[in-house]
Design a protein around this ligand. Structure first.
Ligand code: URA
Ligand code: SF4
Length: 195
């Protein structure tokens, strides 16, 4: 299995109801050698129209936060919990999330990121079973030998302008961590789900 194959499968996928309302599926995009995978919730209107993740206003906020940390969009990998837009941007159901989860698992297995950056509550809940991202953002989680970094969804900065500072600072922290990981430093884990 390679990323191209996953992309082709996602484009044709009809495993859940969202296939009947989407315009385009939105496979993950970016550098397959990235140290980090960013995971959002689901495509929105712009993403559905063009078949690319995070290209609308939320995407601009994410790009801005990455650029603030001197990181280009091309150097990282971005994907979503579900690859098709839910009607009226509703939160994807648990059925839709589990139907789509195999693609995210495959993306992770291929890229083998040093850390996964969780963007917002839906990704936090779907991947780690968490809630209240505003309480846990900025934290580092370890589960089944995989590191995760938690932050807010970039769309949250649209409704609350002050949150762009939070997002930017979290992204700076994330890339500091990645630098430390590459230098072989031991990362202090805030929450350890490993049993
Ligand atoms: N919001 C998301 O969660 N993902 C996108 O791709 C765009 C907006
Ligand atoms: Fe398939 Fe995922 Fe789209 Fe559902 S959301 S149709 S599982 S690609």
């Amino acid at each position: 299995m390679d990323l191209k194959k996953i992309k082709e499968t996602v484009i044709k996928c009809t495993k859940c109801e969202l296939a009947t309302t989407r315009t385009n599926s939105v496979p993950g995009k970016g550098n397959f050698q990235s140290d980090v995978i960013f995971v959002g919730e689901a495509p929105g209107k712009n993403e559905d129209k063009h078949g690319e993740p995070f290209i609308g206003i939320a995407g601009k906020r994410l790009t801005e936060s990455l650029e603030n940390a001197k990181i280009s969009r091309e150097s990282i990998y971005i994907t979503n919990v579900v690859k098709c837009r839910p009607p009226k941007n509703r939160v994807p159901s648990t059925t839709e999330r589990s139907a789509c989860s195999e693609y995210l698992q495959q993306e992770i297995a291929i890229i083998k990121p040093k850390i996964i950056c969780i963007l917002g509550n839906t990704a936090f809940n779907s991947i780690l079973g968490g809630n209240e991202i505003t309480k846990y953002r900025g934290k580092i989680v370890k589960k089944d030998n995989q590191l995760y970094f938690l932050t807010i969804h970039p769309a949250a900065t649209i409704y609350n302008q002050k949150l762009i500072v939070t997002l930017k600072n979290d992204i700076l922290k994330l890339f500091d961590l990645i630098r430390d990981l590459k230098n072989g430093k031991v990362i202090p884990v805030d929450i350890d789900y490993t049993t």
